[in-house]
Design a protein around this ligand. Structure first.
Ligand SMILES: [Zn+2]
Ligand SMILES: [Zn+2]
Length: 355
């Protein structure tokens, strides 16, 4: 089968390769991939970043859905033909504090599917029985009404949902600001809408482009602030009658926005950071004390996020379809990655090649 293989830690060390279909053991499952989403992290891996998470050579693709194609002889919970989506837990130790408190994605030993172990930019993915035993919810059934491509991008949707609803606990009537209008930012905006936020302010650069600003509005943003053209702090203060917002989601992935986050969050508000940037912050932390402000680092989701986002999609209150801007094939991954780099896409779905 054709697979997008990250074969080395270095930048650009990613290529299309012919690899064998995985063999499975008696407790494992084999998933036939139907759709896989390209994530900003895939581009970071291709760039040579997040090397600590990578285990090359490895098939990329951590956002994927498909059908159960084969089950090991000890598997009773799943049968061939089941429509499923993986939360890419991959492999976890089952012993650490995170694992014992069901926070599996934070397990320091975790090997995520699509970077620590083989993922979904190909035809078949093996799901380990030992992981299904430890984390039965790492594989979920797709509701009948949901397409494979929608299911494939549940991962970032659930991430945004957890940031806004479960971490920041946004209430109906709250003011929310989101830095960044990439997929995570846009899904955070949708989550804020679902939570009943009264004002949702999307903050980004004019270079992000009109399409993304239009999408931010479609997702529920009530206000758009272009931070290179106007003073974001003054703009948000004006929009919120001077109060500031109860929750800021930093999905921008540049640490310089932290200063603006502190400028726009209200007293006792919360900043949820989901965008990565390894650069130093280089500013005083005193405003956290003066404003009693919380900072929450956030990565991923839990079972509740998945359940609730699926319920919202079924109820027509969360839009996954609108986020899919391009559909391509695994063999076109290079072009797809470059489109993400040029910010020409929102979510790209890669389909496996014909065997
Ligand atoms: Zn991702
Ligand atoms: Zn663990």
């Amino acid at each position: 089968m054709k697979a997008v293989v990250k074969y080395g830690y270095g930048a650009g060390e990613t290529e299309l390769r012919d690899v064998p279909i995985p063999e499975i053991g008696d407790d494992d499952l084999l998933i036939e991939v139907k759709a896989a989403g390209v994530c900003g992290s895939d581009i970071a891996f291709d760039n040579g970043q997040h090397a600590d998470l990578l285990n090359p050579p490895v098939i990329l693709g951590h956002e994927f859905s498909g059908v159960v194609a084969k089950v090991g002889k000890n598997v009773t919970r799943w049968k061939v033909g089941d429509r499923v989506v993986s939360d890419n837990t991959g492999e976890v130790c089952g012993e650490c504090y995170a694992c014992n408190t069901s926070d599996f994605l934070s397990c320091p030993e975790r090997k995520g599917i699509g970077y620590g172990m083989d993922g979904g930019f190909t035809n078949y993915v093996k799901i380990l029985g030992k992981t299904l035993a430890r984390v039965p919810t790492s594989l979920m059934r797709i509701p009948d009404c949901m397409s494979f491509e929608e299911a494939a991008i549940l991962d970032p949707a659930c991430n945004g949902y957890m940031a806004v609803v479960q971490e920041a606990k946004v209430m109906p009537g709250d003011f929310v600001a989101v830095f960044g209008v990439g997929a995570l930012g846009l899904f955070s905006i949708q989550a804020a809408r679902a939570a009943g936020a009264a004002k949702i302010i999307a903050i980004a650069l004019s270079s992000d482009g009109d399409d993304r600003f239009a999408m931010a509005k479609h997702c529920g943003a009530t206000h758009i602030v272009k931070s290179d053209l106007e003073d974001a702090v003054a703009a948000v203060r004006a929009i919120t009658n001077g109060e500031g917002v109860s929750c800021v989601v930093d999905a921008a992935g540049v640490n310089v926005v932290m200063k603006s986050c502190l400028g726009i969050v209200r007293t006792a508000g919360i900043i949820v950071k989901i965008g990565y940037d390894h650069h130093p912050y280089n500013s005083t932390l005193d405003p956290f004390i003066d404003g009693a402000i919380a900072l929450k680092g956030h990565f991923g989701y839990d079972w509740v996020s998945w359940r609730n986002v699926m319920n919202l999609v079924e109820a027509g209150k969360f839009d996954l379809k609108c986020m899919i801007s391009h559909r391509m094939h695994v063999s076109e991954f290079r072009e797809a990655f470059d489109m993400v780099r040029r910010k020409e896409s929102i979510k790209i779905i890669l389909y496996p090649e014909q065997l």
